[in-house]
Design a protein around this ligand. Structure first.
Ligand SMILES: NC(=O)c1ccc[n+]([C@@H]2O[C@H](COP(=O)([O-])OP(=O)(O)OC[C@H]3O[C@@H](n4cnc5c(N)ncnc54)[C@H](O)[C@@H]3O)[C@@H](O)[C@H]2O)c1
Length: 272
């Protein structure tokens, strides 16, 4: 029988933002594939864990760590525990991020010229510095062990600009609505963090890749869905489990010759 190229059995994988919509999907898929998953999230609590993971919340292959990825100490404390209990991680999925929610204060979704500096700092702190710190601490341990795979999760809004026309339905007499700049700029930064580290750690056998996604269905407003889906060649948003295969692929031996790359899964958004 041929070996399973996509085997991730017994690999120790850190998933940041593992209590979020997609992080929970990756974590569940990895546990189901036999990995040991260390979920890092700033949110915590047994109710949230059971809401997100159901029966898997009590699996010995899933552990939760209350980690703020903007704090190096917080990451280190969790990593030392993981190393003591499970050994050095084999994979890191840098998935935690802040976006501006649709109900954010008006200034955040207002004109670029007055986009608040404090909002820029908050998004950059988590999406860029948080990812950097996780790479330094978790990636540094993997480099010492001489193997590993890092996935930096990016977005089509970091590859190309958001199309502001699909948000026009939100313009009101009180003001215009724009998808803000910080999320896009923060996600763009990950492409070169990936390339930098792919070359920096090439001799240590740590592969580093970016995984770029398009929007995921999450009961968005009908008017948003109409505008958004018209721009997707496949005509719809992604289902929340449709990125799991790519995560498993990049963490497995099937991707052994892949580093410094950007894998795009976007229903065709960037194809026209
Ligand atoms: N959902 C989408 O439509 C979509 C599209 C493209 C890309 N992405 C990317 O996919 C990833 C996951 O998105 P999602 O929709 O699941 O987001 P989400 O908001 O549901 O989850 C993000 C998680 O990150 C955690 N987090 C935030 N700040 C943190 C911090 N300082 N320390 C630790 N954890 C922190 C949150 O608590 C949350 O659980 C993000 O990187 C996002 O940019 C999402």
């Amino acid at each position: 029988m041929s070996r399973n190229l996509f085997d991730v059995t017994d690999k120790v994988i850190v998933v940041t933002g593992g209590l979020g919509q997609l992080g929970a999907q990756f974590s569940k898929a990895l546990v189901e594939a036999g990995s040991r998953v260390a979920v890092f999230d700033i949110q915590s609590g047994p109710q949230l864990l059971s809401d997100r993971f159901g029966d898997l919340a009590v699996s010995p292959y899933l552990r939760f760590y209350a980690v703020d990825i903007t704090s190096r100490k917080s990451i280190e404390d969790a990593v030392w525990q993981i190393i003591a209990e499970w050994g050095t991680p084999h994979g890191l999925v840098n998935n935690a991020a802040l976006d501006t929610p649709p109900n954010a204060p008006a200034a955040e979704n207002g004109p670029f010229e007055t986009y608040p500096e404090a909002s820029w700092d908050r998004v950059m702190e988590v999406n860029v510095k948080g990812t950097l710190l996780c790479c330094q601490v978790v990636g540094g341990q993997m480099a010492e062990a001489g193997r590993g795979s890092i996935i930096n999760i990016a977005s089509i809004y970091g590859m190309v600009s958001p199309d502001q026309r699909i948000y026009e339905y939100r313009h009101t007499d009180e003001g215009a609505f724009f998808k803000p700049v910080a999320y896009s700029a923060s996600k763009s930064a990950l492409y070169n963090l990936t390339r930098y580290l792919a070359t920096y750690w090439s001799s240590r056998n740590v592969r580093v890749n970016t995984l770029t996604f398009a929007g995921v269905f999450n009961n968005q407003d009908e008017r948003f869905l109409e505008g958004y889906c018209a721009k997707v060649p496949l005509g719809r948003m992604a289902h929340e489990d449709e990125y799991n295969g790519a995560v498993i692929f990049l963490l497995s031996e099937a991707a052994s010759y892949m580093t410094g790359s950007n894998m795009v899964i976007d229903g065709g958004w960037t194809a026209w």
